[in-house]
Design a protein around this ligand. Structure first.
Ligand SMILES: Nc1ncnc2c1ncn2[C@@H]1O[C@H](COP(=O)(O)OP(=O)(O)OP(=O)(O)O)[C@@H](O)[C@H]1O
Length: 272
């Protein structure tokens, strides 16, 4: 039976999971079109437990569309996404997040009027309490344990000096670090990063590479979309190359570097 035909009942999900124990994420024959434009065609991809998997490709290749399908922001026209034994297709972004998938967006999505500390406490409280609808300031009261952890995570992304600053006052690069901290405090099984170093100066980019390497030591699985090849080749265990919505190559970094199809796809763009 094709994965796309698997009903979303729990038994089927468990049966499927038992067949692929080392794969955290399985993308099966995903298609997505926008008004006749094939943004994704026949996309098959496995991400293994604990690896850092980079998805690269020229502008308009379909990278962000693929991530949006994975996190439930876009329904695929065909195919399925399986995470940790759960069929994600048809689930809401919040349900997918609750299963252990966190994402750093291309444009940072933070609470601009809250402080850095409060921003990082929100997802921790939400994970513990569910999507609370009460005044978040009331919910913050007496949350010593979560506050301590939030402070530690904020320090780990290099924002200790901005703990009480409002998010709106941060630079774009710091907003991305804040968003990363908001993901890390959730202890996700899978972290999806959409151009995590976009808009950062080289010094900050290198600091982010170091941080992501340290997270890797913790065993978290990561999928990273990135244009900066220095970042890709510093972090990736395996790379998938998309062009025109199709996968044109998959393999280890050295294999991708020497792949003629990849060089051709990048002609006129930044060289791999
Ligand atoms: N919501 C949408 N409506 C219409 N077309 C879209 C939409 N989202 C993406 N597209 C189109 O789908 C194709 C793939 O876009 P996508 O953003 O996934 O590419 P990408 O590889 O992430 O590009 P970039 O590296 O420039 O961010 C592009 O041609 C884009 O214009």
């Amino acid at each position: 039976m094709a994965v796309a035909d698997i009903p979303t009942g729990e038994t089927s999900e468990r049966e499927f999971a038992s067949g692929v124990p080392d794969k955290v994420l399985h993308i099966d024959d995903v298609h997505k079109s926008f008004a006749g434009l094939h943004a994704l065609s026949n996309v098959d991809l496995d991400v293994r437990h604990g690896e850092t998997h980079a998805i690269i490709g020229p502008n308009g290749a379909g990278k962000s569309t693929l991530l949006n399908v994975c996190v439930g922001r876009l329904p695929p026209d065909r195919g399925a996404v399986i995470f940790d034994g759960h069929v994600l297709t048809g689930k809401t972004p919040h349900e997918i997040n609750q299963l252990g998938v966190a994402r750093v967006f291309q444009t940072p999505e933070v609470f601009l009027d809250l402080s850095v500390l409060q921003n990082v406490m929100v997802p921790a409280l939400s994970k513990r309490d569910g999507p609370f609808k009460l005044n978040p300031f009331a919910a913050f009261a007496g949350e010593t344990e979560i506050r301590d952890e939030a402070e530690a995570v904020i320090a780990s992304v290099g924002l200790a000096d901005h703990m009480r600053d409002t998010a709106s006052s941060l630079s774009r690069g710091d907003k991305r670090r804040l968003e990363l901290a908001m993901c890390l405090i959730q202890h996700p099984k899978l972290l999806l990063l959409d151009e995590p170093t976009a808009g950062m100066a080289r010094h900050d980019t290198n600091a982010t590479i170091d941080l992501l390497k340290r997270i890797k030591e913790g065993g978290m699985t990561k999928v990273i979309i990135e244009h900066d090849m220095h970042v890709v080749f510093s972090l990736a265990d395996r790379i998938t190359v998309l062009a025109g919505g199709r996968i044109i190559a998959q393999g280890r970094p050295e294999e991708i570097k020497n792949n003629p199809k990849v060089k051709e796809a990048y002609l006129g763009e930044e060289q791999v």
